[in-house]
Design a protein around this ligand. Sequence first.
Ligand SMILES: [Ca+2]
Ligand SMILES: [Ca+2]
Length: 280
Amino acid sequence: MLNMGMKGMKIDREEMTVVIYESADCVRDHDFRTETNTHQPLQRTGSDSVRNRISRAAAVCLVLLCVLLLTAVIVLCVHIHTKSTNYTEERDQLLTNITNLIEDRDQLLTNITNLTEERDQLLTKINNLTEERDQLRHNLQSYGGWTCYKSSFYYMPNENKSWTESRRYCRERGADLIIINNREEQDFVKNMAGSAIVYIGLTDIDVENTWKWVDNSTLTSGFSFWASGEPNGGRRENCVVTVAVATVPAWGDRVGWLDVDCNIPFKLICEKSISQLTLP
Ligand SMILES: [Ca+2]
Ligand SMILES: [Ca+2]
């Protein structure tokens, strides 16, 4: 059986070999027929030449295209490099500017801090000076009954004196009879005097009806607080009192300044400015 199988396979191989050879002969015969049937060898040679020229032209074009591409790439690289360099310089310049601005800002902040410290120190000094001034005023106000008002100190002793004695009393204490400069001071005197009649530092003892303050300044016509009908004493009345409350029947209801006989004793108010200040 085995021999029979082997024999069958051998026969098959031989048949296949025959078929292959026949196929090869067919192909060769076909090619030969094709070549012999065309009978155009010269035309085939011309076509190859054209094809070769086209191939060479294509190759040349390809080379040129490569060269162009390479040139474009180089130009592009140079352009990018140049731009990059410019951008780097601009960036460095901007960084330098930023650094300078930061330094300026820091300097300004330092200046602000210094100014703030100076302001705070000045405010502290002002507060200290204000406290010292208030303490000084308090001490002076409580000293011998002198009262501080604005830029002056005032004192009204509890005794009656003539105008000349009153002035001497004040001068012995580094002061003088009061000089009234404005409405506020007149109101202050009115409050201080109360119902008392007090001498002020105004007189026409030198020249009748020429009223002068004790600092020798002349009473200006537009500024006075004469009571109604005053002054009216002529040469008999050359000194001035101020009346806040009408208490003298002979004077009626007159309040304000009145010229009186300088020898009549009344209360008085002394004044000294802070610039004249020596403790009374
Ligand atoms: Ca007079
Ligand atoms: Ca009078």
